[in-house]
Design a protein around this ligand. Structure first.
Ligand code: TRP
Length: 377
């Protein structure tokens, strides 16, 4: 089961492509991206960004000189873990190689409405904490605007209303599984998540293509936004979807903020993170003897996936990890210890940049003055 708010059980990613009606990221698309970008990110070549909507159109427009803008977001329910960062790392790469603007939406309203917090102020506070992690990733402040929903709502509201008027309750019920006991804010919320898709068109006073890198679980929101877009006179937003990051506890679950041992939080102390890695499930044999004899199963090993998702961009070395695991010569304890070292040095660097970001938050926040007061007629 996959909705934006709940992911249960092992995910069949091929099935999601069929069920959601998206396109697979094929070799031919990778070639086109490479031709335009000059390089390919490992998250593309490794099949982690694996599904899309209208990427071909985005590239066609780009080649004709019609630049798109990027849109992604964060629901600030907790501190950030490395799973949350995956689409952001990719978004940063896209911003750099394509030289485009980015809107980054922080949905403090969402996390209040969906009862992650009892007070909106708490949700907003966590939102600003999360902005530090976004800045620490190195986004360019000239081309990056962060939207704190509750702070910018005055300028977003006219667009949200135009979207909301075109979405029925039966649609959101079918798409998100709402029930009669869902609160009315939850029912309205998807209209808010649609707003940034059209914000650059409003700001510029002409239609600008939008590309959204996001977890595949967010696709339902944007199916609705795409249905509404032509009725509002805007382009449908294009999407590129990543697979969710597996839990350290095993591949059947995704990394989750509600189970801290399943995740590596970017604010974790080095020793906590090291423990979580050392306690992780692996695809190794039951005993060292068995492992040496039969080898391990990297396909079902969260530790191997961590190398592939975050900590090892060198393809040759990743292949070596895979091969030596399969052959049984690479032992799980050593493999985890090496990953833990990589994690700790990443956290060191990230936390330093995160602290430096504290003085720079305002540089990144979209303000009301940057947006027109009224919708174009
Ligand atoms: N709903 C998302 C979450 O809970 C946050 C979000 C808002 C988002 N806009 C987005 C995520 C655009 C991806 C792309 O995390």
């Amino acid at each position: 089961m996959v909705t934006p708010w709940e992911v249960k059980g092992e995910i069949d990613y091929d099935k999601l492509i069929d069920r959601f009606g998206t396109e697979r990221v094929e070799e031919s698309l990778l070639k086109r991206i490479q031709a335009v970008a000059g390089e390919l990110h490992p998250l593309l070549t490794r099949g982690i960004f694996y599904s899309h909507r209208d990427m071909d159109w985005i590239l066609d427009e780009y080649k004709r000189g019609n630049r798109f803008f990027l849109y992604t977001g964060r629901g600030p329910s907790s501190q950030v873990h490395v799973g949350h960062m995956l689409p952001w790392v990719f978004t940063k790469w896209l911003q750099d190689v394509m030289d485009v603007r980015l809107y980054f939406q922080i949905t403090d309203d969402e996390k209040f409405l969906f009862r992650d917090f009892d007070r909106l102020a708490e949700s907003t506070r966590v939102g600003y904490e999360n902005v530090l992690d976004i800045i620490a990733l190195g986004f360019d402040p000239e081309r990056t605007r962060v939207i704190m929903d509750s702070k910018l709502i005055r300028r977003m509201y006219p667009l949200a209303l135009r979207v909301a008027r075109r979405i029925t309750f039966s649609t959101v019920k079918a798409v998100f599984g709402f029930t009669p006991s869902s609160n009315v804010g939850e029912i309205f919320y998807t209209s808010i998540q649609a707003v940034p898709c059209f914000l650059e068109s409003v700001r510029k006073g002409r239609n600008v293509p939008c590309l959204i890198p996001c977890g595949i679980d967010q696709d339902p929101h944007f199916r609705i936004a795409r249905d509404v877009a032509p009725q509002l006179g805007y382009f449908k937003p294009a999407l590129i979807h990543n697979k969710l990051v597996p839990s350290l506890r095993g591949m059947q679950a995704k990394m989750s903020a509600s189970d801290p041992t399943s995740a590596i939080f970017v604010t974790d102390e080095a020793e906590t993170a090291r423990e979580h890695v050392m306690d992780a499930m692996t695809g190794g044999g039951a005993t060292v003897e068995e492992h040496r004899k039969y080898g391990g199963k990297p396909e079902i090993c969260p530790v191997y996936h961590y190398y592939a998702y975050f900590f090892e961009w060198d393809d040759d070395y990743l292949k070596e990890i895979y091969a030596t695991c399969r052959s049984g010569s690479r032992l799980c304890g050593d493999c985890k210890a090496e990953l833990a070292d990589k994690v700790v040095s990443f956290l060191d660097r990230h936390q330093e940049k995160r602290e430096e970001a504290r003085d720079r938050v305002q540089e990144f926040m979209l303000t009301e003055e940057e947006l027109p007061e009224h919708e174009p007629a």
